[in-house]
Design a protein around this ligand. Structure first.
Ligand code: FAD
Length: 335
């Protein structure tokens, strides 16, 4: 375990907020968390941080950051059709995608290019291009905090939903995920329901294969999302709102080309479209802005301060509410 005091978080959040935490602990094995708890070292406030690609620090963090750095992919079961992997929380998500490519394992290919670590993937049930990670998760292992009591939740008990799970609701701030179990297919099977992806496959004249799907998802993502090595952001800042069908129908008179999808009892709208129609796409104030190619993304062009990002997203929420009577909710974890 490595412990740092008054540690800069600049390299640990993709929004590139220049904030500091009181203490920062790199955990090199899950056992170190148990040791920490046994020594009384786990006193709130603390926060589990993966790659920091889904958080916005709005100020210095006056607590302890727990950061898993233990990595690895282990095969725990295999038959003719599938492989079960147990993957350590500190493994880079893209390293798992590359492992799947190398070993010809199917299921996660549409999720290539999502920044972050494996331990965070179940938290908001990451999703992209018609696939959600829950579709491949068998179970999630970890510790309840602050006692470090072990848990294992089978997928059915993880309450996965659209960008949510047990870990983002009831267990929010009270759990440390150590391993995620994935069941992946050995036979080719693709989800090609998303138009941008199928258009890209057609444009590049590619047949569906693991490599080709990964390649096309990566090129669609590159064309729409900022390069986080250059521009700070946390991906989609807002969740797509789900509203009653009558509300969507009445909004259609205001926005004739309203994008909507059925979602349970209601209708899911595209938050990016609402932000765009409200006139915010490409807006910039100092170094804080709304990304010109995708209005869902709030960006830091350089040295935006946390309060500037906060003021901007609050203005967007308020303006969209005034214009369309819909209150956008951040998808990003705000601290
Ligand atoms: C350019 C860009 C594109 C993105 N595209 C997508 C996308 O297509 N789809 C999508 O779903 N998301 C997307 N995201 C959001 C983000 O990458 C994912 O949510 C990712 O899973 C976050 O991983 P992380 O390790 O960075 O998590 P962090 O930001 O470090 O943490 C996220 C949350 O998980 C909790 N957490 C992290 N690790 C653990 C752990 N081991 N145990 C318990 N809790 C933990 C944290 O406390 C926090 O609440 C994107 C982000 C960016 C910057």
């Amino acid at each position: 375990m490595k412990v740092f005091e008054n540690h800069s978080l600049l390299g640990y959040n993709t929004f590139k907020m220049e904030v500091v935490c009181r203490q920062f602990i790199d955990l090199e094995s899950p056992d170190e968390l148990k040791d920490l708890a046994a020594q009384g070292g786990l006193t709130p406030p603390y926060y589990v941080l993966g790659g920091g690609s889904n958080v916005l620090f709005t100020r210095d963090y006056e607590g302890c950051i727990l950061h898993p750095v233990f990595q690895g992919v282990e095969i725990v079961e295999e038959d003719a059709q599938s492989v079960t992997l147990r993957v350590a929380a500190g493994t880079e998500w893209e390293d798992l995608i590359n492992y799947c490519l190398e070993h010809h394992l199917y299921g996660l290919e549409n999720l290539t290019g999502i920044p972050g670590l494996v331990g965070s993937a179940p938290v908001q049930n990451i999703g992209a291009y018609g696939v959600e990670v829950k579709d491949c998760i068998l179970a999630v292992e970890g510790y309840h905090l602050p006692t470090a009591t072990p848990f294992r939740y089978e997928a059915a008990d993880c309450r996965f939903g659209y960008r949510t799970s047990l870990f983002k609701t009831e267990l929010k701030g009270r759990c440390f995920i150590t391993y995620v179990w994935f069941k992946l297919g050995k036979e080719p099977h693709f989800t090609l329901t998303y138009k941008a992806l199928t258009d890209e496959m057609a444009r590049q004249q590619l047949e569906p294969s693991l490599e080709n799907v990964v390649r096309c998802v990566r090129s669609v993502r590159d064309s729409k999302l900022p390069d986080i090595t250059e521009i700070g952001c946390a991906g989609s800042f807002f969740q797509n709102p789900v509203v009653p069908a009558v509300q969507a129908a009445s909004l259609k008179s205001q926005i004739p080309d309203l994008v909507s999808y059925p979602a349970g009892e209601g209708v899911k709208l595209a938050a990016g479209q609402l932000i765009d129609k409200a006139g915010w796409k490409g807006y910039r104030e100092g170094d804080a802005g709304i990304y010109p190619k995708q209005a869902l993304v709030v960006v830091n062009y350089g040295h935006a301060r946390p309060e500037e990002i906060k003021q901007l997203y609050e203005k967007v929420i308020s303006d969209v509410n005034n214009k369309f009577h819909i209150t956008l909710q951040p998808e990003v974890n705000i601290l």
